[in-house]
Design a protein around this ligand. Structure first.
Ligand SMILES: [Zn+2]
Length: 314
């Protein structure tokens, strides 16, 4: 026996730099007010524990703000790719979406479901509960449970607040670049008020430039956060949350394992797009299998959280 310590997971989502940034948050909020972005609002919790995933995450933006930003991307997607009107697809997806949203206790929120008429094995979710499935993805599945597995995964990104975390992390990265400017701008604001005449107007001009720079940096972070694919950590969290919502909605969670096994069989020659931004399908199948088996051993206490027991090395 050489080691009997629990393995602590590294703290996720909130680095010491980000914590420093949070201490300057009121400063940033003040400066950004009136710009294209407002890092403000009561929904901002900073570095918080997500109730669904149990993981810590940095949140600098509210859901409402993300929702607004995503509306344009959603309209864009619907203009670029034809949307299916075939009820065999649209009704099926809406029904499955409705059940999964109940499984996730999100049935009281508005959801948008669209089937894009394209032979792509892919699906996505945008902030504001907008779920898009490509026809090719639905055709690939064997049954409703497998569609529900993907739907559950996408809803997992919503409840995991992955978009907000990704945007916040990107914004924090951008802010770190102009961090000095932020402090400078705040001090400059005070200085400007003590000046008069031409000196005051020059001072105000440079303060305005700094604010512009800050808003530019925030905007850049926002764009990167929206456009970048989710991390593997987020993908794994969503897989497990998806299985949980499937189970709660009365679907057979084992079908999620079947789906990823099928994906793995289909991927050696040509990788479907869905796989290129997502973790290895055989690994996803294995992780899901382990998770589902563990929940089943817990009996009535099962399906409460996506945390797996810590493995003790002895
Ligand atoms: Zn995903």
């Amino acid at each position: 026996m050489w080691c009997n310590h629990d393995h602590h997971q590294p703290e996720e989502g909130c680095s010491s730099e980000e914590k420093q940034l949070l201490e300057r948050r009121s400063l940033i909020q003040g400066l950004a007010a009136g710009g294209m972005l407002t890092v403000a609002g009561t929904s901002i919790t900073g570095c918080a524990t997500n109730a669904e995933t149990g993981a810590r995450q940095l949140l600098l933006v509210g859901e409402g703000q993300l929702n607004q930003m995503a509306a344009a991307s959603w309209d864009d997607a619907k203009q670029k790719t034809p949307v299916s009107k075939d009820p065999r697809y649209t009704n099926r997806l809406r029904n499955i979406g409705g059940r999964i949203s109940r499984g996730a206790n999100k049935e009281n929120e508005a959801w948008d479901y669209e089937v894009f008429d394209q032979d792509t094995k892919n699906a996505f979710v945008l902030p504001g509960n907008r779920v898009g499935f490509y026809k090719g993805m639905m055709d690939f599945t064997d049954n409703d449970d497998q569609v529900a597995a993907i739907m559950g995964h996408e809803v997992g990104h919503v409840t995991g607040k992955h978009a907000a975390e990704r945007v916040s992390t990107q914004m924090a990265g951008q802010l770190a670049v102009v961090g000095g400017t932020i402090v400078g701008a705040s001090q400059m604001g005070k200085k400007c008020r003590s000046l008069t005449g031409r000196e005051a107007s020059n001072c105000e001009q440079s303060a305005a430039r700094n604010t512009q720079l800050l808003n530019g940096a925030l905007g850049m972070g926002f764009q990167l956060g929206i456009l970048m694919p989710f991390s593997r950590r987020h993908e794994s969290q969503s897989d497990l949350l998806g299985a949980k919502y499937m189970h709660k909605a009365g679907y057979d969670a084992h079908q999620a394992v079947k789906l990823w096994e099928k994906m793995a069989e289909n991927s050696p020659n040509r990788q479907p797009e869905f796989l290129s931004t997502h973790p290895d399908p055989s690994r996803r199948a294995r992780d899901l299998h382990n998770y589902i088996r563990y929940q089943e051993t817990l009996g009535s206490q099962g399906w409460q959280s996506i945390k797996l027991p810590k493995i003790k090395k002895t």
